[in-house]
Design a protein around this ligand. Structure first.
Ligand SMILES: [Zn+2]
Length: 508
């Protein structure tokens, strides 16, 4: 038996004015074929696929297609899309014939002229493998799952956790689903429901002690333990995509039990609709949040800057919070990260110990950003390269390029050449800073940063700043989204009517 595995990964934020190019994918780390299988054997979903396939009683031949990832960012260029689609299709052509396909996708990729990147790629895959070779995919729980995607696959398996600490495990679950189909005769049918809500992430923490998100995760896990259920997922979509086909989605896949799939899909959809208001959290103004950090005389304050969350595809060069931090005299370190290739270049030319006059911010986020001018000392020059584990990654290689640590009084600014996980302790540590002993860390992330900081921080404050990934996104200009859509529009009644997708295997 031959199973093809591959990955296409990026989360698109159309508010970010910086396009995502082919170079962004190439710099992040493309791999192909057998090299991909050996390199990714312990990383993220691909690691989950590969490790699980190796444990099947009759080990299949694992055929590596390609891994094409880029860090979350702006709209993908048409060139980059065409390159991705051709790369994946030709890798599959070379791999055929295969007995099954496992693809790790994000599910919220949009390109110039192609608002449904994954749908298009999956359609091309289905055309090539025919209707009776199973195609199982994994998706982020911020996917925008379109009918085109649902029609092209046999089963979708979603992350259950936010922060995304179950990425590798999702790959393991998907491989189990494929095994049920190829080796145990399962016949997948999918109930699919678009739910007209778009929701902020701050309060969606499934790893908290309790709350609606925790209860939902537990329910999904409970459903997936039922023998008739193949997979169950609720995707609260990535909000910052101004595209015509945007909504949250519920999918329930059963083993040939259409009635049960529809019933469970209806239950989960109604629950998502009914809990929509619980997602709206309290945010502090920049001034109040920084004041609270200054009032705190012990331990670490983490300021969550969702609006410039690089994990949400924002540009990462916001200095709105830095501007406020500069007004205070900090007894211990206050640390901010900024994507600023020009400043890194300037620092590299002048060298460690030099004094620089720099302008930070407003270069990448030209829509909502601001600029600060200040004199800093270059304290350290380094390459921001590390393996990310925790939210978003399991042994995930990260390369953010040449970087500089800049100092002004007790404020430290980590300037990087490229975007990446601008919340990760590994980034701060690579810069020579222990984030857990700082007074203040600005984490450019709405919720995922909580996975690592909740137990270590004295306080965590979600800040309302301007930016490309704001929590109050419905107050920003969106032009293409479908209406009515909550919370842009109040809707008195809504009730689910799931749609069924019967896979080719089940029809044959
Ligand atoms: Zn996500």
């Amino acid at each position: 038996m031959r199973v093809a595995v591959g990955q296409v990964w990026q989360e698109t934020n159309t508010l970010n004015p910086c396009p995502t190019t082919r170079e962004d994918f190439e710099l992040f780390g493309v791999s192909r074929g057998a090299e991909m299988v050996s390199k990714m054997a312990h990383t993220n979903e691909l690691g989950g696929f590969i490790q699980s396939l190796r444990q099947w009683p009759e080990t299949p031949e694992i055929v590596g297609l390609a891994r094409l990832p880029a860090w979350p960012g702006g709209l993908i260029t048409r060139d980059a899309y065409e390159w991705i689609a051709d790369e994946m299709a030709s890798a599959l052509d070379r791999a055929l014939p295969v007995d099954g396909v496992l693809l790790a996708l994000h599910g919220a990729m949009a390109a110039d002229g192609y608002p449904d990147v994954e749908g298009s790629i999956l359609h091309r895959f289905r055309e090539r493998i025919g209707n009776t070779v199973p195609l199982v995919i994994t998706l982020d729980l911020h996917a925008n799952i379109t009918p085109q995607m649902a029609a092209a696959v046999d089963a979708m398996v979603l992350y259950h956790c936010m922060p995304h600490v179950d990425i590798q495990e999702t790959g393991v679950r998907a491989t189990g689903v494929l095994e049920r189909v190829t080796n145990k005769g399962a016949r997948p049918v999918t109930a699919y429901q678009r739910v007209p809500v778009v929701l902020p992430a701050e309060r969606a923490n499934t790893e908290a002690e309790n709350g609606f998100a925790v209860r939902r995760k537990q329910r999904l896990q409970e459903l997936e333990r039922m023998p008739e259920v193949i997979s169950a997922g609720v995707s609260v979509v990535q909000p910052w995509m101004d595209i015509p086909d945007l909504s949250s989605t519920v999918v329930v896949v059963t083993d040939n039990d259409e009635t049960l799939a529809v019933e469970l899909c209806r239950e989960l959809s109604s629950e998502l609709w009914d809990t929509r208001r619980e997602y709206l959290g309290e945010l502090e103004s920049i001034e109040a949040a920084v004041q609270k950090a200054a009032n705190c005389t012990e331990g670490l304050t983490v300021l969550g800057d969702a609006a410039d969350a690089t994990t949400s595809g924002a540009p990462g060069d916001s200095v709105w919070i830095l501007q406020e931090l500069l007004k205070y005299d900090w007894p211990n370190l206050a640390v901010v990260t900024v994507v600023a290739p020009d400043v890194v270049e300037q620092a590299s030319l002048q060298g460690i110990g030099s004094q620089l006059h720099v302008e930070l911010g407003g270069r990448r986020d030209t829509r909502f950003g601001t600029t600060v001018s200040l004199d800093v000392e270059v304290q350290h020059l380094f390459d921001a390269e590390f393996a990310l584990s925790g939210h978003i990654g399991t042994n995930m290689p990260i390369s953010m390029g040449k970087s500089a640590l800049l100092a002004i009084n007790n404020i430290r600014i980590i300037a990087t050449t490229r975007t990446g996980p601008h919340f990760a302790p590994e980034l701060f540590q690579t810069a020579g800073i222990d984030p857990f002993s700082a007074a203040v860390i600005v984490a450019k992330s709405p919720c995922g940063f909580r996975a690592v900081y909740t137990s270590r921080a004295h306080q965590i404050i979600s800040v309302r700043a301007p930016g490309c990934a704001p929590s109050d996104f419905w107050t920003y200009p969106f032009e293409q989204i479908p209406r009515p859509l909550w919370p842009w529009d109040e809707m008195e009644h809504w009730s689910p009517q799931p749609q069924l997708f019967v896979s080719g295997i089940s029809r044959s």
